[in-house]
Design a protein around this ligand. Sequence first.
Ligand code: SAM
Length: 295
Amino acid sequence: MKLYSPATVKQIIDKYKFHFQKNLGQNFLIDGNIINKIVKSANINNQDVVLEIGPGIGTLTCALADKAAKVIVIELDKNLVVILKETLAGYNNIEVISGDALKTNFDEIVSAKTDGQYGLGAKSYKVVANLPYYITTPLIMHAMESHFNIDLMVFMIQKEVAARMVAPPGSKDYGALTLGVGYYSEPQLVARVPKKVFMPQPEVESTVVRLKILDNPPVPVEREEVFFQVVRAAFGQRRKTLINALTGGMEELDKSQIGQALAELGIDPGRRGETLSFQEFAAIANIISRNKAKE
Ligand code: SAM
C-alpha cells in the first residue's frame, strides 16, 4: 500500500474520522518523489538507526524502514498513534513512542530501544523529519544544545528558516539561528518543495535541509555559553553598533572592557553585529572568556 497516494491518505483519515490539527503542524506528505529525496539525502543503510519526529500516518516512516535497521518514531498526537498501529503493522523494525519530541532525551530513547547499542556515547544515529513548523527552531536547538549523539539530521522545514541557516554575514537572514546551526553542524539545502506535495497544503513553501553534525565547532570556542551570550547580545539589538549591543546585552561587562577586547582583535566597534563572521564571534567570545577567567 502506497501511503503517500492522496486517495490512501483520504481513506485512512476518513476511516478513523481524523481531523488535521493546524496547531500541531499536521501537513502530511503525498508525494513519493519528495519522500525519496529525503530518504536519499539521509544516506540510510541497513546498519542505521533512524529517529523520526512526528510520523503522522507513517508515510515517511515506511520509506525509512525499508532502508534502515531500525526506525524509532515519536508522535505527540495520540489519535495518530492509534492509526500507526494499522499503517505500520507490516514492519518489525519500527518502534512507536507516544510523546513530545521537545521533552524527549533522544539518546536515552534510542539506547533503550536498541538494547544499549546506540546513543549515550556509543554509535550515533540519524534524525529525519517532516517537521511540524511550529517547533522547527526549538527542536533543532534542543537536539544540538543537548549534544545528543546524532550523526546527521535531515528535515523538511519552512523555506525562510532554511534560508536563515545558510545566510552569509551581512545579509538580512543572517542571525542567531545561522550561528547556532553553524556551531553544531554543516548545513546544506537539499531541495525546494512546493506546497502541493502536502495534505492539507501549508501556507508557506518548504525546503529540505541536511545538517551534518560536527565533532567540534568550525573554529575553537573556549566556552560555549559565552559564545552564545555574545551572539544573542549582538543580534538582540541589530540596529545598534557592536560595542553598544554587546554592552547592553552582556550585563557583567562594561563598555571599556568590551572596547578593549574589540581593540585587541582589531574589530571596529562601530560595525553592526550582523556583519561579523563566525570566526570573529568566536574570537570575541574567547577573549571575553579569558578575561573572565583572570578576574
Ligand atoms: N511525517 C508525516 C508526513 O510527512 O506525512 C507527518 C508530518 S507533519 C508535518 C508533523 C507531525 O508531527 C504530525 O504528525 C504532528 O502530530 C507531529 N507533532 C507535532 N508536534 C509534535 C511534537 N512536539 N512531538 C512529536 N510529534 C509532534
